[in-house]
Design a protein around this ligand. Structure first.
Ligand SMILES: NC(=O)c1ccc[n+]([C@@H]2O[C@H](COP(=O)([O-])OP(=O)(O)OC[C@H]3O[C@@H](n4cnc5c(N)ncnc54)[C@H](O)[C@@H]3O)[C@@H](O)[C@H]2O)c1
Length: 176
């Protein structure tokens, strides 16, 4: 209908809890396939036409869980950590074709994935943010739109947290 694809958003993802010894192999494979291999497959499908046109943008959804470690989230940390570096490889390889590739790295966001937590857990997360709030899906979408558009023309290969500040804290106890 529109003749060509200007932008691809690689957003599909799933989550699993557990330390390494608690995860079964099928869970490991499913999370890695959905969160990492999906970006490989979708990019392989769409990037040849972008290379031909010498333009295009790709935005992947990573996570603050790719930038830092979390308790009880081994496979999700591994998957999103892979996406955090994959974006750099893609941006290096496709820059010469005028194709830009960036990641959005959301913090806890009020989508069905996160809202499946008990209310008390959601409240606890909101209180842990320096802004005392969670991320709205629209906050992430607006950043994706920016990265997909010419408004972000000089930006490529970057990880852009949209996180209400969750990943900025070193974890040291508060000193009075
Ligand atoms: N919600 C959060 O707190 C949060 C934080 C950081 C990153 N993320 C990331 O944001 C992205 C979107 O997650 P969400 O929070 O909207 O979760 P969600 O569970 O609400 O939505 C996930 C989406 O991925 C799709 N999906 C899952 N498996 C798929 C498959 N095999 N094939 C095709 N589509 C598939 C689902 O249909 C759904 O539309 C994911 O990559 C997730 O890891 C979410």
């Amino acid at each position: 209908q529109f003749g060509h694809v200007d932008s691809v958003i690689n957003n599909a993802g799933i989550f699993a809890k557990g330390a390494v010894h608690e995860l079964d192999e099928s869970t490991w494979d499913r999370v890695m396939a959905t969160d990492v291999k999906s970006i490989f497959l979708t990019t392989k499908a769409f990037v040849p036409a972008m290379i031909e046109r010498k333009s295009g943008t790709i935005v992947n959804t990573a996570s603050i869980s790719g930038l830092q470690g979390d308790y009880n989230m081994a496979v999700y940390n591994a998957a999103k950590g892979a996406v955090v570096n994959l974006v750099r490889a893609m941006a290096l390889d496709y820059g010469k074709y005028g194709i830009r590739v960036n990641n959005v790295n959301p913090g806890p966001t009020l989508t069905p994935m996160f809202k499946s937590n008990p209310e008390s857990v959601i409240d606890e997360f909101a209180q842990a943010s320096p802004l005392g709030r969670l991320v709205e899906p629209d906050d992430v979408a607006r950043t994706m739109f920016f990265l997909a558009s010419d408004e972000s023309a000089p930006i490529t290969g970057e990880n852009i947290p949209v996180s209400a500040g969750f990943e900025i804290y070193s974890g040291q106890p508060v000193q009075q």
